[in-house]
Design a protein around this ligand. Structure first.
Ligand SMILES: C[S@@+](CC[C@H](N)C(=O)[O-])C[C@H]1O[C@@H](n2cnc3c(N)ncnc32)[C@H](O)[C@@H]1O
Length: 127
């Protein structure tokens, strides 16, 4: 499990400060396979992680595809969505995907924002 130290890491006290905890990629793969989510995604399901961190849950779909020998450019990446509050985690996600999978995700599907204040794509305002 990856545990990132928080900014205020309490190295001078007896308090253990724990920062963001991300789902290990292997655990995400396990869950996706257990519930057949990869097949559902290929068949048109939308995948959304509203607090995506560095996007391990989303990455797992790409990793499974890569391991199964899929041409990654043919995957339904338009159906992957995510929101993350932390700027660094958000940027690390895009960097990681570009480096490991050599694909560019649709930027409009991802927001560096607070999910509670994130405008929906097709939301309308009433006057
Ligand atoms: C426990 S981590 C999980 C990350 C990812 N879902 C995973 O399983 O690896 C929670 C993440 O939620 C983000 N987060 C917390 N509150 C949020 C909010 N209101 N809107 C968007 N992201 C938020 C944190 O910055 C952190 O990266």
């Amino acid at each position: 499990m990856s545990i990132l130290p928080s900014k205020n890491s309490a190295s001078h006290s007896n308090t253990l400060a724990i920062g963001a905890v991300f789902t290990p990629l292997e655990w995400a793969i396990f869950a996706i396979e257990k519930y057949n989510l990869f097949e559902k995604w290929l068949q048109g399901a939308t995948i959304f992680d509203p607090t995506m961190g560095e996007g391990n849950l989303l990455e797992a779909f790409l990793k499974i595809a890569q391991d199964k020998g899929y041409d990654l450019t043919t995957l339904p990446i338009d159906n992957l969505f995510g929101v993350e509050l932390n700027k660094q985690f958000f940027h690390n996600f895009f960097k990681k995907i570009a480096t490991k999978y050599k694909i560019k995700l649709p930027a409009n599907n991802f927001k560096n924002s607070d999910i509670f204040f994130c405008p929906l794509k097709n939301s309308t305002t009433s006057s």
